[in-house]
Design a protein around this ligand. Structure first.
Ligand code: CP
Length: 320
């Protein structure tokens, strides 16, 4: 691993080069083993303080960051937004600057407004990690999806990846499209016309409105959550019709390759995006995505903290 990480923040996969993405995935690989130990802890971030600022609900991402921070021996705290002075009208920047005044090194932020992490990154000396901003990007989800595909398939270049559903409102889709295309996958997006962003082909993807046709040659099927909280009304006739056309059933999956991977970032709307038979079936790697999120987030925290500026051998010692 010769490349050195030079960025203060992790804001998007659009910002990263192929080599920077590969560096994160390689670093995650060296951290993955830590979670299999009897004592799941390394000293890599000892003495560093990380704050998790989640302005939107989260189960997977917040808990995954918390576990990753603890496994790296960082001092960490979660700001309880509902009990904070945000409820008295304090602005995002004031909240973050007051948190930074506690001498924190890294701020992990999730916010419903696209661009919030970029705003904080420009205003804070601390490193900022985007944990999902509006419908813009969710870079650590994109990275853990790449990691899971690489782990299962041994490569990403040349794979056919089909991303299905509410692409228009999905930060996960955007991060995946940037990451997958940079690493050489062939990406097809499938969904109702109203949920496909205009000019998305400029990102190097193909578009299909027929799920059954699109998954025939797929190596990976990434199902997206229907983001009801970000949609205006009437983008498709009924949920039932959406499920019939774009939901993944075992019957449809039987027409795909036997070793196709079924992925979903969660939370799943069972019976809409996919049946329980598919979500819990043999092709599903959904819970492995969650497990891999820990190693990927350990890698991102480690790299933005500046710890990797050490030589390779010393980097290896970080996982001892
Ligand atoms: N994948 C994901 O972002 O899930 P949470 O909203 O539960 O964090």
């Amino acid at each position: 691993m010769s490349l050195k990480w030079t960025k203060k923040d992790l804001l998007s996969l659009q910002d990263l080069s192929k080599e920077e993405i590969e560096l994160i995935l390689e670093t995650a690989q060296s951290f993955k083993e830590v979670s299999t130990r009897a004592i799941k802890k390394v000293p890599a971030l000892r003495g560093k303080t990380v704050v998790n600022l989640f302005f939107e609900p989260s189960t997977r991402t917040r808990n995954s960051f918390e576990v990753a921070e603890k496994r790296l021996s960082a001092d960490m705290m979660n700001v309880a937004i509902q009990q904070s002075s945000v409820k008295k009208g304090e602005s995002l920047i004031d909240t973050a600057k007051n948190v930074e005044a506690l001498k924190v090194d890294i701020v992990v932020v999730r916010h419903s407004a696209s661009g919030s992490p970029n705003l904080l990154a420009r205003n804070l000396k601390a490193s900022v990690i985007n944990a999902g901003d509006g419908s813009h990007e969710h870079p650590t989800q994109g990275l853990l999806d790449l990691y899971t595909i690489l782990e299962k398939k041994g490569k990403i270049k040349g794979l056919n990846v089909v991303i299905v559903g509410d692409v228009a409102h999905s930060r996960v889709a955007r991060s995946n499209i940037w990451g997958l295309t940079k690493l050489g996958a062939n990406v097809t997006i499938v969904g109702p016309q109203t949920l496909i962003p205009s000019q998305v082909e400029e990102l190097g993807v193909s578009i299909s409105n027929n799920l059954e046709e699109a998954i025939e040659k797929a190596d990976v099927i990434e199902m997206l959550r229907l983001q009801k909280e970000r949609q205006e009304d009437n983008l498709f006739p009924t949920i039932r019709e959406y499920g019939m056309l774009f939901g993944l059933t075992q019957e449809k999956l039987n027409k795909a390759k036997p070793d196709v991977l079924v992925m979903h970032p969660g939370p799943i709307n069972r019976g809409i995006e996919m049946t329980s038979e598919v979500a819990d079936g043999k092709n599903s790697v959904i819970l492995e995505q969650v497990t891999n999120g820990i190693a990927v987030r350990m890698a991102v925290l480690y790299l933005v903290s500046g710890a990797q500026v050490l030589e390779n051998d010393e980097q290896k010692s970080a996982v001892k």
